[in-house]
Design a protein around this ligand. Structure first.
Ligand SMILES: [Mn+2]
Length: 440
């Protein structure tokens, strides 16, 4: 049974990890279909994910009418990969003699007994038959004339095609029959025999947006990585064979996927362009991140052209889907990215919140000040400063509580208890803010 090749991003997936997986699986399926020889069945590729959809991904997928990738938690080999689908079946109305005859004729480890609906009742094993043969040889009359249902071997287990081989191995080894019946609900699909577990085919996996084992799906060591598409540093995933390893130091894995469509000469449909552009924009913070390259800009233009949108406008709409700024708990908005710094004998707190919607954040100024006051009271900071960084406008609004004179002196400003102060060009807490305060 050939299983689809899995295309998977990292654990705790972000928009790029999921979108690149969907886009790349789409491309691979299109290329496989195009390149398949006549009458040959092309391999299939399935995008999957290792965690919940980020809110913006959920909305873009809905708009693009693309189903969410299946959630998985490992790539250990499954029963479906080792199952034998030849079945020797007998009906409950038949006798043990009929079962023995069928097993003898077709060969096999088990005769599967099904009821009138085709539902699984049990299995008859060669062991049962051998025991009866001895009884018959010893002179027992009609040892084989019993209804097959009375000769069922209770030691035969049942498993599901999705069960993991590693979970069934031990029981199968220990069982007298050394064979399990694979059931889909109550319908028998096949059998799995202990000797089939000697050489279990590995699941084939394409990694996108990561190439480090600790970020990767569980069971990777028991799988076969067949390709990697990534824009991070080269990590520690190693392979037994040469593979296609597409690594580029650019803004997003989705950018690389878009470039691959062009290289393969496959048209990017509107739906795929939407998710790739969305991921390109979130990963590069609307092309403002230092990781964004001219290639990302060019690809963003091209994808935006396909969906008939302005790249920046589309990027902003994706960031708005993330929501958050209006309804994020205030402790999170202020505290999620906050750092303490020593200042003489005191400690100060400098927090940062990045946004594409400054006005919404500033609309919560009184809540922000109350939260800063609470943190000062709790930890005894000399002051607490929140930098609300507007990524697009490329500057930060300073909101400070506590001893503002230190902040005012460091920056030559007059930050008050109301409105805060706009600091154009100030984006880096470490280089542009903490350094100045600590230099006092
Ligand atoms: Mn990424």
């Amino acid at each position: 049974m050939t299983e689809p090749i899995i295309v998977v991003g990292h654990k705790k997936p972000d928009n790029d990890a999921i979108s690149a997986a969907i886009g790349y699986a789409y491309l691979k399926n299109a290329v496989a279909k195009r390149d398949a020889a006549e009458g040959e069945k092309p391999p299939t590729y399935e995008p999957v994910r290792l965690g919940p959809l980020p809110p913006e991904t959920e909305q873009i997928l809905k708009q693009a009418q693309i189903p969410a990738p299946r959630l998985i938690d490992n790539v250990y080999p499954r029963v479906s990969a080792v199952m034998e689908d030849r079945l020797v079946t007998v009906s409950t109305t038949e006798t043990l003699a009929d079962a023995a005859r069928e097993l003898n004729r077709q060969g096999g480890e088990l005769a599967i007994v099904v009821d009138a609906n085709g539902d699984y009742v049990g299995a008859v094993t060669p062991l049962t038959i051998a025991a009866r043969a001895i009884e018959a040889a010893d002179g027992a009359e009609g040892a084989f004339d019993v209804p097959v249902a009375e000769a069922i071997d209770g030691s035969v287990g049942t498993v599901a095609p999705t069960d993991l081989v590693r979970d069934i191995e031990e029981d199968l080894e220990a069982s007298a029959s050394r064979a399990d019946v694979v059931l889909d609900g109550r319908k028998p699909l096949g059998i799995v025999v202990h000797s089939d577990l000697q050489d279990v085919p590995r699941r084939r996996v394409i990694l996108v947006d990561h190439n480090e084992v600790r970020q990767a799906v569980d069971g990777l060591a028991d799988a076969e990585v067949v390709e990697i598409v990534d824009h991070h540093r080269i990590g520690d995933v190693s392979t037994a064979n040469p593979i296609k390893f597409l690594g580029l130091p650019i803004g997003s894995s989705s950018t690389i996927v878009a470039l691959e469509f062009d290289r393969e000469g496959i048209e990017i449909p509107d739906s795929i362009a939407r998710i790739l552009l969305g991921a390109l924009m979130t990963d590069t913070v609307i092309l403002k991140s230092p990781t964004a390259t001219p290639t990302d800009e060019r690809v963003a233009e091209r994808l935006a052209g396909i969906i008939g949108a302005d790249p920046t406008e589309y990027g902003l709409s994706v960031f708005r889907m993330r929501g958050g700024d209006a309804d994020m708990p205030i402790e999170e908005l202020v505290g999620a990215d906050s750092k303490e710094f020593p200042l003489g004998d005191d400690t100060v707190l400098i927090a940062q919140h990045e946004t594409v919607d400054l006005q919404t954040v500033l609309g919560r100024e009184s809540e922000i000040r109350a939260e800063l006051d609470r943190l000062i009271a709790e930890h005894g900071y000399r002051f607490a400063l929140l930098m609300v960084t507007d990524i697009l406008a490329e500057g930060s609004q300073f909101i400070a509580q506590g001893d503002r004179s230190v902040v005012n002196k460091a920056f030559g400003i007059e930050c008050t208890g109301e409105g805060g102060t706009w600091m154009p060009g100030v984006l880096s807490r470490k280089k542009q803010v903490a350094a100045k305060v600590l230099a006092l």
